[in-house]
Design a protein around this ligand. Sequence first.
Ligand SMILES: [Zn+2]
Length: 199
Amino acid sequence: MLKVRSFDKCVFELSKLPGIGKKTAQRLAMYIMKMSESEVKELSESLVNLKKNIKYCRECGGLSDSDICSICSDESRDREVVCVVEEPKDIFIIEASGRFKGVYHVLGGKIAPLDGIGPDELNLKRLVNLVAEGKVNEVIIATNPDVEGETTATYIYKLLKDFDVKTTRIASGVPTGGLLEFSDDLTILKAIENRRQMQ
Ligand SMILES: [Zn+2]
């Protein structure tokens, strides 16, 4: 069997990524070999910089190059509508649909008793504070439509119920049990447009 150490190492590292099996990793490694040296350098530097420079936005908890992310610092975004998501990556997915003009709040997970994650492990304080200050008209809960995501949505609804705020839940155009990240832009768009008031 042919062994080429640097090739095998590259395949090994690539196959650690989600959704990349050995065959795909080999194909990617082959492709990288054909790229120019400067392109490979750009790629590897972008990976290192991704890890080194990315921060969490002090306001929403999303990913950012600076202390406050580009969405939170954008004056044209509607601060009265807050979309609650589980993880920073969910912001990319909703932004890709291109229609949401409000701001975000990242929970940093979802209530999952079996994994030992309760409400105290989530970032709920900022959300409650925003609502309590009367700065928010609508909270759209966009946690995933699986059991933990629904539990989290219900928990947040109860938490906010006594405040003067409309709490909505994205429509289940996102297939039940399916993850936000596997839904296409149109499904996400419909899920937001057809959101329903929680009660
Ligand atoms: Zn932000």
